[in-house]
Design a protein around this ligand. Structure first.
Ligand code: PEP
Ligand code: MN
Length: 342
């Protein structure tokens, strides 16, 4: 439910609406808009509660109208928060007016490998360094990541380079440990509906980078983000990383670029695209990264490796140093054209 106040409604009138809601045990959400204020009701209401509230609120001074919101997600919805969210980490901004590039290897493999990758990321003008320390692998026999040692490497290289960092956390009990070592916590596609993890991430002070599950609808994706927002962490970044469609002969997943303009219409949260997992093929990555920028994404996450053929995970989709730098040059040109700061 959304209570739209009249133009010029006074602060006291808004407060009175909030007080009525609180009396009913509902915590209101004040939503300052460009020209008038709205008050959101994030809770789901029964039909009886809704009718009763509509009758009371609709008659109050300063109220223009009481409407029902259709979206199942509330805190993530653009109806509820009409200013787009800008996530800030160090001097990096993810959100309106900016295009953020996150680059780095799928997995942190050694200090030397990660330093080399970081150097390329930095020199090419990207500001966020990625690298998995805890790796969700389909097979238990595949490389599982350097885990705590990997986190230490990320922290060290961040200190050396000044880059912001992002790494995946796979379980609720590891949120604190990962948060101690990196700037952004990634929740992987396979964990999108790990609800205890989402709740714990919501309690963290760090921005959360939430990847869309390979078979998740956009409503499910936004409802997953709602778990984080509901704990009071507003710094959530959504990431489209490809979904499973019928043809996997040529690409690992189908990058759903439709999701970008649709999500932009539905939510105030920044939307980032991962063309690496989206295609699974290095030679298609730059094209889809550029397409993501033009489609309105707030950034891309791209896997790169100083020596892709030696990579311990996802080598076939990793750009080498030169390919990464060329992609960055192209993105810079497109960002300027779209009036975005890269
Ligand atoms: C990754 O970023 O390396 C990763 C495992 O991604 P996803 O969760 O999208 O598969
Ligand atoms: Mn990967």
């Amino acid at each position: 439910m959304l209570i739209l106040m009249q133009f010029g409604a006074t602060d006291a009138q808004v407060k009175a609406v909030c007080a009525v809601l609180r009396e009913k045990g509902i915590e209101p959400l004040e939503l300052p808009g460009e020209d008038r204020v709205a008050v959101g009701v994030p809770a789901s209401l029964s039909a009886d509660q809704r009718i009763a509230l509509e009758a009371i609120l609709g008659r109050m001074d300063g109220v223009s109208k009481v409407t029902q919101t259709s979206s199942p997600f509330k805190l993530a919805s653009l109806e509820f928060r009409r200013t787009k969210t800008l996530v800030e980490i160090k001097d990096v901004k993810i959100g309106p007016g900016h295009f953020a590039v996150m680059g780095g290897p799928c997995s942190v493999e050694s200090l030397d490998q990660f330093r080399k990758a970081a150097e390329v990321v930095k020199q090419s003008g990207a500001k966020i360094l990625r690298g998995g320390a805890f790796k969700p692998r389909t097979s238990p026999y595949s490389f599982q990541g350097l885990q705590l040692e990997g986190l230490k490497i990320i922290k060290q290289v961040a200190e050396e380079t000044g880059l912001a960092t992002i790494s995946e956390v796979m379980s609720a009990d590891m949120v604190e440990a990962v948060a101690d070592h990196v700037d952004i916590l990634q929740i992987g596609a396979r964990s999108m509906q790990n609800f205890p993890l989402l709740v714990e991430a919501g309690k963290s002070q760090k921005p959360i980078f939430l990847k869309r599950g390979p078979s998740a609808t956009l409503d499910e994706f936004l409802l997953a983000s709602e778990y984080v927002l509901n704990e009071g962490n507003n710094q959530v970044i959504l990431c489209e990383r490809g979904i499973i469609a019928f043809d996997r002969a040529y690409t690992r997943n189908t990058l759903d670029l439709n999701a970008v303009p649709v999500l932009k219409e539905l939510t105030h949260l920044p939307v980032v695209v991962d063309p690496s997992h989206g295609t699974g093929v290095a030679r298609y990555v730059a094209a889809m990264a550029k397409a993501a920028l033009v489609a309105g994404a707030d950034g891309v996450m791209v896997e790169m490796h100083p020596d892709p053929k030696e990579a311990l995970s996802d080598g076939s989709q990793a750009l080498d140093s030169e390919q990464f730098s060329t992609m960055m040059d192209d993105l810079r040109g497109l960002a300027a054209y779209m009036h975005l700061t890269l």
